[in-house]
Design a protein around this ligand. Structure first.
Ligand code: DAH
Length: 358
């Protein structure tokens, strides 16, 4: 190859290597091999060469053309490769991002607490049951061993409606009437948990005219006080997430249980701050007892054959205790700022029994 062609080849190969993008490379190609390109022009001028030079120069020009084309191809591949690497690095998908978008709503602490309670008792074989908010006087009181004029009615006597034919429906004052409905409806043995709304004419920082309770009922042939204690101790420990939480059964009285016990959990109130767990103090959280034989009979069962335990607790109260909510009334204000602070993400169900039992 002549010096002139060698110099041209070096120059073009240099330009090819210097091309930093596919566009710049295309410019070099056009300048060298395009219709007016340097190499093309030289080939066109071949006809003017002396016949004896023509063959040799023709071959040299072909080699030059081939060399430049090869260099362009190699450079093209290198550029495509680094472009791919750049995109792979830049467009990487972060698979560690959460699959669900950020939640736009949250669960009210009452819903969350009901979920937690039913989850814990669900693991002990209790099933969900429900009853009506507008209840019959008989289910709400009489069947629960509170006949008309019974003094225990006084505490709960509230919100009567005008019913048909002289009946007096009442907004249920507790979830206990569902004990009767369940016994009449389902064959024993049975275990149910009954969350729901209840009503009483009370209104202050710790009482609201509408509030929530959860009732529990277990009926069997040989259920005894030991089952009551075991279930409720396990529940308290799981719910509050304190594996060695002290739980105390204090004799009490309810017309629908015999014997009856109120359940307290251990706490401290040092420095005016309530802390649930071991400590010298006690906090009452629920009522319980062995179902009164009259109540068993009102549920359509033979009290000589069937017995069981029941309990009832206020949901707001234990939600306030667990989540440090100071004023009951804020639960019903529908203030979004409050809900964002105290609300829960759906499917967050902490405090399972398995964890506390460890
Ligand atoms: N029904 C009671 C109340 O509203 C709570 C209660 C106490 C329910 C003892 C029970 C029980 O099932 O056994 O105050």
């Amino acid at each position: 190859m002549s010096d002139e062609l060698t110099a041209l080849r070096d120059e073009l190969e240099g330009a090819v290597l210097a091309a930093g993008s596919l566009e710049a490379l295309e410019d070099v190609r056009v300048r060298a091999l395009g219709r007016r390109g340097a190499v093309t022009e030289l080939m066109k001028s071949l006809g003017k060469a002396a016949p004896e030079e023509r063959r040799e120069r023709g071959q040299a020009l072909n080699r030059l053309k081939q060399a430049v084309a090869d260099a362009i191809d190699a450079r093209k591949e290198a550029l495509a490769q680094s472009e791919l690497e750049r995109r792979l690095a830049e467009e990487r998908i972060d698979i560690t991002l959460p699959v669900r978008p950020a939640p736009e709503g949250s669960l009210h602490p009452i819903s969350q607490t009901i979920d937690e309670i039913t989850q814990i008792f669900g693991e002990m074989g209790f099933r969900w049951a429900e009853g009506p908010d507008i209840e019959d006087d008989w289910y709400n009181f009489t069947a629960l061993n509170m006949p008309p004029e019974h003094p225990a009615r006084q505490e709960m006597d509230t919100f009567y409606l005008v019913g048909e034919a002289g009946s007096r429906p009442v907004l249920r004052t507790h979830t206990s009437p569902v004990q009767i409905r369940t016994m009449l409806d389902k064959p024993p043995p049975l275990r149910v948990i009954v969350p729901g709304r209840t009503y009483r004419s009370d209104h202050d920082a710790t009482h609201s005219p509408m509030f929530h309770q959860v009732e529990g009922l277990a009926i069997g042939r040989s259920i005894h006080m030991g089952h009551l204690k075991g279930c409720l101790i396990a529940f308290c420990r799981a719910f509050f997430g304190v594996a060695d939480l002290p739980v105390r059964f204090r004799p009490s009285h309810f017309p629908f249980t015999e014997p009856s016990a109120e359940v307290d959990i251990g706490c401290t109130r040092e420095g005016g701050q309530l802390r649930i767990g071991a400590g010298g103090d006690w906090l009452e959280i629920l009522g319980s007892g062995m179902v009164h034989p009259k109540v068993i009979a009102n549920g359509g069962l033979d009290p000589e054959e069937w017995q069981g335990f029941a309990f009832g607790m206020g949901i707001e109260r234990i939600a306030m205790l667990k989540y440090g909510i100071p004023d009951l009334r804020t639960m019903y204000d529908s203030d979004l700022r409050w809900l964002r602070h105290y609300g829960f993400r759906p499917l967050d169900i902490p405090g399972l029994i398995a964890e506390a039992a460890e």
